[in-house]
Design a protein around this ligand. Structure first.
Ligand code: CP
Length: 373
């Protein structure tokens, strides 16, 4: 498998939509078949996952730079590039813990956060990250923008591009939309979540949380539980965790598993107690009811009964297993409050790592733009 190979994007998770430039903001033809080929083409760099025995080699082969202009997905990163970003993010953690949190490395740079979907954690941490690095940060409120008057995604992006930003951070409800936009603008673009496709900074902050707690990801067993079908977080995490040598299990009812999920290098379980056995990390996912088109679960009560994480069920995992959740969290739906707030929970640490990861990614991309870019 070679680098730079161009393949058609296969919307393995993208219950999202076909993206066509002619009708760029509105939604497109719905995919009935999750493996149907999309009309957009993404340059994917395909890498073999790292084996546990390769981890010394990975550490020895540490990169001295990260050559990409954008961060659009984990699928485009090599294990070495992922580790490079994590190492820089690890350094950024201490900046946020200091009294003086502000650096000036991005002085004169302009960052625009363009969120077409709601966000608490991602938008606010990108804003803090940019400000802590000294950039001018603007949050574009789509609800009060001309998008509401029918302006297309591309026209909105080109308008902002004309204002000479250095960085656009974009969240959009359609898979592939952020890449399409990145191909149109002159500045760097970070994908802050595109439909059910990817959420790369979430996977990086999850990995940083795990690495800091368990020292290494290689050799760990990680269970990702719940609404896998609609989850860009699951997709980015599966790719990243496999790349860094973890054993990845997914646990969900059949209705919340995408067809062909086993081809992504995961073990599939439909029973929580069985799937949680021997797990070092339990990653819970929110039920994304806003993306569901039919009744995929009988009831919330029944879902929690079979797939919710409570104290008894957590006993099936290792005693020191980490409990994670990307947020927003629905207590009593996928996770019991006693677990979300319990001693094994690292959910607040994930939020803290989110700022560090975003600082690292922004700073690296801006270094790549150089003094003239
Ligand atoms: N995890 C995450 O993306 O949360 P927000 O939707 O609040 O940004």
């Amino acid at each position: 498998m070679g680098l730079g190979r161009t393949i058609k994007l296969r919307n393995e998770f993208a219950i999202g939509f076909k993206f066509s430039e002619k009708s760029s903001t509105t939604l497109f033809q719905r995919h009935a078949n999750l493996f149907e080929t999309s009309s957009i083409h993404l340059r994917k760099r395909i890498f073999a996952p790292i084996r546990t025995s390769d981890m010394n080699t990975l550490e020895n082969a540490a990169l001295s730079s990260f050559g990409q202009k954008h961060l659009l997905g984990i699928a485009e990163l090599s294990p070495q590039e992922i580790q490079f970003l994590l190492d820089r993010a690890n350094e950024a953690v201490s900046v946020s813990r200091q009294r003086e949190k502000k650096k000036s490395v991005l002085r004169g740079r302009t960052q625009i956060n363009l969120f077409f979907e709601a966000s608490t954690r991602t938008q606010s941490s990108f804003e803090l990250a940019g400000k802590r690095l000294g950039a001018d940060v603007m949050n574009m409120s789509v609800s009060s923008s001309s998008v509401k008057k029918g302006e297309t995604l591309i026209d909105t992006a080109m308008t902002l591009n004309a204002m000479q930003p250095d960085l656009l951070v974009v969240r959009h409800q359609s898979a592939g939309a952020v890449e399409l936009l990145a191909n149109k603008v002159g500045c760097s673009v970070i994908n802050a979540g595109d439909g059910a496709h990817e959420h790369p900074t979430q996977a990086l902050l999850d990995a940083l949380t795990i690495q800091r707690s368990k020292n290494s990801i290689a050799g760990l067993t990680v269970a990702i539980c719940g609404d896998i079908l609609h989850s860009r977080v699951a997709r980015s995490n599966i790719i990243l965790l496999n790349a860094l040598g973890a054993r990845v299990k997914v646990i969900a009812p059949s209705t919340l598993l995408p067809a062909g999920i086993d081809r992504l290098g995961v073990e599939v379980y439909r029973d929580m107690n069985e799937g949680l056995k021997d797990c070092d990390v339990v990653m819970m996912l929110r039920l994304q009811r806003e993306r569901m088109t039919g009744a995929l679960i009988p009831s919330i009560r029944e879902y929690f009964h079979f797939y919710g994480l409570d104290a008894k069920r957590l006993e099936c995992a290792k005693p020191d297993a980490l409990v994670m959740h990307p947020g927003p969290m629905n207590r009593g739906v996928e996770i019991a409050s006693e677990i979300a707030d319990g001693p094994q929970s690292v959910i607040e640490t994930q939020v803290e790592m989110g700022v560090a990861v975003r600082m690292a990614v922004i700073e690296i991309l801006m270094e790549n733009r150089g003094s003239n870019g």
